[in-house]
Design a protein around this ligand. Structure first.
Ligand code: FAD
Length: 417
């Protein structure tokens, strides 16, 4: 089935054509718009000066140093290389710290490409992992929790610091299995990706390092003191002290390929363009929706195609703001070239498209690769290597392409600060 992009605003398109795939009231994120044009504007506005000192600030919002570029990076509207270069002239400490975070993003992609479905389970240490979603694991009487969950549900974006608060509260304090918590994040986050979200949860709850990140009043007082001032539990704060607990035991079934990649060429994807036949269209995927998509750039004259994966979306029940972000992105692209949008099963639709596509380092790309007329390489920031991906620092040490003067400011994990 075809979805007309010119059927009103992105909200209207979702309301008319994709409503059966969402459970919430159809509403866009108030602060973040999809599309290459919005991504370009956000990057132009972003200055890295002050980033190192303020990236973890939560409130007031005007003091936040985080770039809020993640939804554009996640969908490759802003390729990592472009963002990396954008900050090149900034103050050295800020540039180094920011690039270090971009490398965390790249690391998450390498890790997921390597271990694939194993990232959905405890990777190295046994943290509470499975079970249904438990909303009460985020007690809404606590102003800090309530404020952040509301922001997640409304805006679809959080600073790294408050993602750690929620993940830690959910699993380290409440004892709920982290996978359902990450699924709730994934439903709402405009930057939600399996790679970075699973990594963020694994590392916060200790499944990556054995050392869970402890969330306590101390961080709230430091990063958003007004939340404590306004909290009905201010005098009986349930997180007054840091949580205590023994170090997590190692799992017995850690993926063998964490330390060494026996299938490096599969992980990396094609190194050169693979040409099978002349393409009639360019297929875009959620991992690569930007004007810089290699297949799109190689074929400016033919239509681009996007498929809303109906069976997957039916299962995932994403928040409508995520679908609106995608429709906005496609509408923006449609101002520059022809865009055809399908709703259905990509396994049935894609083989008939004779499309050129860009490889994406995620397991679901298999359903797009089959039958592709032409396959373009994924534009890695750092070429994948066959060495260890068991930790960020081990991965980085083996990533010899990264320049020596871009050494990380710290290597404690995304759960630092
Ligand atoms: C529990 C949890 C879940 C997370 N889920 C996601 C997710 O689904 N998608 C996602 O892109 N990031 C995720 N992150 C990482 C990080 O929180 C976000 O990338 C960041 O907050 C986005 O805001 P920003 O663009 O202002 O980041 P900035 O601080 O401005 O950093 C610039 C860019 O670096 C990358 N980056 C920064 N920190 C990290 C990190 N710790 N791991 C990986 N990449 C990073 C992002 O691409 C980000 O846009 C998660 C972290 C945690 C702790």
């Amino acid at each position: 089935m075809l979805i007309p992009l010119n059927d009103g605003t992105a909200e209207a398109v979702v309301r008319r054509h994709l409503h059966h795939l969402v459970d919430d009231e159809v509403r866009a994120s108030p602060g973040i718009r999809g599309g290459q044009t919005s991504a370009d504007q956000a990057l132009t506005r972003f200055s890295v000066a002050g980033y190192a000192a303020r990236r973890s600030q939560v409130l007031p919002e005007t003091d936040r140093g985080a770039s809020r570029l993640s939804p554009y990076i996640r969908h490759s509207l802003l390729p990592l290389r472009r963002v990396w270069e954008h900050v090149g002239a900034g103050p050295a400490r800020d540039t180094r710290k920011f690039r270090d975070e971009l490398l965390w993003q790249e690391y998450s992609r390498h890790l997921y490409a390597r271990v694939s479905g194993a990232l959905h389970r405890n990777l190295r240490f046994a943290a509470p992992w499975h079970g249904e979603f438990e909303p009460e694991a985020w007690p809404r009487q606590m102003r800090c929790v309530d404020s952040v969950v509301s922001e997640l549900e409304t805006d679809g974006w959080l600073v790294n610091q408050t993602r750690m608060w929620l993940a830690s509260q959910y699993t380290v304090r409440s004892g709920a299995g982290w996978h359902a918590g990450q699924e709730e994040f994934y439903r709402h986050l405009l930057d939600g990706s399996r790679a970075a979200n699973l990594l963020g949860w694994q590392w916060t709850v200790g499944a990556g390092t054995g050392k869970p990140y402890g969330f306590a009043r101390w961080q709230v007082e430091k990063r958003a003191p007004q939340l404590c001032r306004d909290c009905p539990l201010a005098r009986a704060c349930p997180i007054e002290q840091f949580p205590t607990g023994a170090a997590l035991p190692p799992v017995t079934d850690a993926p063998a390929n964490l330390l060494h990649d026996p299938h490096l060429s599969t992980t990396r994807g094609p190194a050169d363009v693979v040409r099978r036949r002349a393409p009639r269209s360019v297929l875009l995927t959620v991992d690569s929706l930007g004007d810089a998509d290699p297949a799109l750039r190689a074929h400016p004259e033919i239509p681009s195609v996007f498929v809303f994966d109906e069976p997957a979306l039916d299962r995932l029940r994403l928040s409508s703001k995520r679908l609106i972000f995608t429709v906005e992105t496609l509408q923006d692209l449609a101002r520059r070239r022809e865009v055809v949008v399908y709703l259905g099963d990509p396994r049935a639709i894609v083989p008939g498209l004779d499309a050129a596509a860009t490889f994406a380092p995620v397991p679901s790309f298999a359903r797009y690769a089959e039958g592709a007329a032409e396959l373009h390489p994924w534009p890695w920031l750092v070429a994948p290597h066959g060495g260890s991906v068991a930790s960020f620092s081990a991965w980085r040490r083996a990533s010899t392409e990264v320049l020596a003067d871009d050494r990380p400011v710290d290597t404690a994990g995304p759960a630092h600060s």
